[in-house]
Design a binder for this molecule. Structure first.
Ligand SMILES: [Zn+2]
Ligand SMILES: [Zn+2]
Length: 146
């Protein structure tokens, strides 16, 4: 029996969730799934530049779990760039700390705490909003964990 995974904390949803090489047709490409916890490990260590210990604290996981995640993330991202596959970010045993909302009317993008429910754009008052955490199937589940 595999041990149940503890939920990992992801600071906020990624802005983009699918990537493919220019000129390639998505249909014929092999797919790589990067989970949200692998994405977050990669973001914290290689984009922000945190040490593994600091990044593990951010995600509320052990250092050894973090090391496994970052190694998997790097292998998948290398595979994506070198072999030219389709990379999709989804899944993983995670909850978000913050959310990102994008307004479809004016393009304004803003960050909120995951527990805030925003129904109108602060810039143009449109209610035509995209909830990025919601797009990954998260929302209520995240703030019940905090
Ligand atoms: Zn707006
Ligand atoms: Zn959640």
């Amino acid at each position: 029996m595999p041990r149940p995974q503890d939920d990992r904390i992801v600071h906020e949803p990624p802005l983009f969730s699918a990537f493919k090489p220019t000129g390639a047709s998505g249909k014929n490409l092999e797919q790589i799934l990067l989970t949200l916890d692998e994405f977050e490990a990669f973001r914290l260590a290689d984009f922000i530049g945190l040490s593994h210990a600091e990044a593990a604290d951010e995600m509320e996981i052990s250092r050894s779990t973090f090391t496994r995640l970052i190694e998997k993330a790097r292998r998948k991202i290398a595979d994506f760039i070198i072999q030219g596959k389709l990379l999709t970010i989804e899944g993983g045993s995670i909850h978000f700390r913050n959310n990102i909302i994008r307004c479809l009317s004016c393009g304004h993008m803003f960050k909120t705490n995951i527990s805030c429910y925003i129904t109108e754009c602060p810039a143009c008052h449109s209610s035509d909003l995209i909830n990025m955490a919601g797009g990954f199937g998260h929302g209520k589940c995240c703030h019940s964990k905090q």
